[in-house]
Design a protein around this ligand. Structure first.
Ligand code: A3P
Length: 276
C-alpha cells in the first residue's frame, strides 16, 4: 500500500508491537543504575547501545545481543525485570510517554538526534525492507510526505526533537545530548563524552578498541544477521553515513522540505548538519 501500517493508541501512532508492552511503558519500574537510550527511529540507537555496553562492561568482548531485547515498548515488563543491573534500555517513545520513574530515579539518559533528511531516508528504507510488516511499497517522495505529516510509526520527527529540546533546556535530569553527525565526525570524542557521562574509566586502548569494534563496517558484520536481512542486505545496518539524503532528494523535493522545516522549526534553536 501507500501508507504505513501502524497501531493507533490514544491518538499516537505506534509500531505493531504487543499492545500491553506498548501501554505499560509509563509504569515500568526503573533502577538508579539503568541507562536509557532515547532516539527517534533510525537516528543511532544501535550504535549507542553497543558503545555503552562496552564502556560499562569495560571490554569489547560483549555477547552478540540485539538491542531490541532491551527495548522498553517491545519487551514484557517481567522480562525487563529479570535483567541484571546495570541495564542498558532503549526507547523511541516521546519523552512524555517514558517511564514515570525517570523523575524519581537517577537513570541516565543518552539522547541522540540525527538530521531529518538522513533520518527520513533511513526510515524509508527500513519501512520498504520490512514491507510485509508495514504493508508499504511507496516511493521515497511519497514516504517523505508521510514523514513530514508524522504519519509514520512513532509519529512526527519534528515534535519528537522539539519536545527533547524543551526538556533538555528546562529539566535537571541527567541527559547527555549527542548527534549522529557529531558521532560520525569524531567518534572517539563521542565515546569519551559517553564514558564521562556514564562514569566509566576505560583505558585509551579500550576507547580505541571500542571505536574500532563499533564502526559501521564491524558492527554490521558482527550484528547484521540479528535483525534479519532482506535480499542479502541487513535491515538495520544499511549505509551508516551522513549525507546519503543527497542520493534521494531531488532539488524540488529538497526545496519543498526546507520550507516545511523552516515553518515547523521556527520555534526551535536546534541545528543539524547535513554533510560532514
Ligand atoms: P542508515 O539507514 O542511514 O544506514 P537506529 O540504530 O536508531 O535504528 O538507526 C539506524 C541507522 O544507524 C542506520 O542508518 C544504520 O545503518 C546506522 N548505524 C547502525 N550502526 C551504526 C554504526 N556503528 N555507525 C554508524 N551508523 C550506524
Amino acid at each position: 500500500g501507500k501508507t504505513i501500517s501502524f497501531i493507533e493508541l490514544n491518538g499516537r501512532l505506534l509500531p505493531k508491537f504487543d499492545i500491553d508492552c506498548l501501554e505499560n511503558v509509563p509504569s515500568l519500574p526503573l533502577r538508579d543504575d539503568d541507562v536509557l537510550i532515547c532516539a527517534y527511529p533510525k537516528c543511532g540507537t544501535h550504535w549507542l547501545f553497543e558503545i555503552s555496553r562496552m564502556l560499562i562492561e569495560n571490554t569489547t568482548n560483549v555477547p552478540v545481543q540485539p538491542k531490541d531485547d532491551f527495548m522498553i515498548e517491545f519487551i514484557p515488563q517481567k522480562t525487563l525485570a529479570s535483567l541484571p543491573s546495570p541495564r542498558i534500555l532503549n526507547s523511541h517513545y516521546r519523552f512524555q510517554y517514558l517511564p514515570k520513574d525517570l523523575k524519581k530515579k537517577k537513570t541516565k539518559i543518552l539522547y541522540i538526534r540525527r538530521n531529518p533528511k538522513d533520518a527520513a531516508v533511513s526510515f524509508y528504507n527500513h519501512s520498504k525492507k520490512l514491507s510485509k510488516y508495514y504493508e508499504y511499497d511507496g516511493e521515497f517522495k511519497d514516504y517523505l510526505k508521510l514523514f513530514v505529516d508524522g504519519k509514520v510509526d512513532y509519529g512526527s520527527w519534528f515534535e519528537y526533537v522539539k519536545e527533547w529540546e524543551q526538556i533538555i533546556s528546562t529539566s535537571d535530569l541527567p541527559i547527555l545530548e549527542l548527534t549522529y553527525e557529531g558521532m560520525k565526525e569524531d567518534p572517539v570524542g563521542g565515546i569519551r563524552k559517553i564514558s564521562e557521562f556514564l562514569g566509566t574509566t576505560p583505558t585509551e586502548e579500550l576507547i580505541r578498541d571500542i571505536n574500532d569494534r563499533c564502526s559501521f563496517a564491524n558492527m554490521s558484520q558482527r550484528k547484521g544477521h540479528l535483525t534479519g536481512k532482506v535480499e542479502g542486505q541487513s535491515i538495520m545496518y544499511r549505509k551508516g553515513e551522513v549525507g546519503d539524503w543527497k542520493n534521494w532528494f531531488t532539488v524540488a523535493l529538497d526545496e519543498w522540505f526546507d520550507q516545511i522545516y523552516a515553518h515547523k522549526m521556527s520555534d526551535s534553536k536546534l541545528q543539524f548538519k547535513y554533510s560532514l
